[in-house]
Ligand binder design. Sequence first.
Ligand code: PNS
Length: 161
Amino acid sequence: MKKGIYPGSFDPVTLGHLDIIMRASKLADELIVGVLVNKSKQSLFTLDERVELLKRVTKDMPNVTIKSFDGLLVDFAEEEKADFIVRGLRAVTDFEYEIQLAHTNHRMRPEVDTVFLTTTLQYSFVSSSLVREIASYGGDISAFVPECIEEDIYKKYGFNK
Ligand code: PNS
C-alpha cells in the first residue's frame, strides 16, 4: 500500500495541479493532497475554501483525499505515514527551488522521497498567481482552471461571471 502526498498552497487549484493530481493518483494507492496553512502568505482563498475547491475538482477520484497541514511537510508526511512526496515541475525555472526543497526534506526525514512529475506541456506555464492576475482584471481564465471553480474565482474580484 503506497501513500503519496502532493503538497501546495493551491490558491486556487489550477488545471496544472489537477493534471499532477490525476497522474500521481495512478502511481499511489492513496494520494493525499496537502493544503498548506500558509501564515507568511496572504491568500486569496481561505484554507477552508481552498480545501473545498480541491474536494470539488477531485470528487470523482476515489483514492484522492484532501487534507490541510500546518508546519513542516516532513512532519505531516510522517503523521500520514506517507511513502513519498509528489511535486510538479513545469519548467527549468522550478528546478532550483524544488531541488532545494527536496534535499532539505530528505535531510530532515530520509525515509520520505520526493518524486517529480513533469507537468503536461499545455499547462507548463500555468500558475495560481497567473490565474489570480487575469481574474482580477475580469479576463478569461477558462484555459487555466477547472470550469466548476471559475465562478468562485471571479466572485473574489467582484465579477459576476
Ligand atoms: O504550492 P507551493 O506554494 O509552491 O507549495 C510549497 C510547499 C507547501 C510545498 C512548501 O512551502 C512547504 O512544504 N511548506 C511547509 C513548510 C516546510 O516544510 N518547509 C520546509 C521545506 S524547505
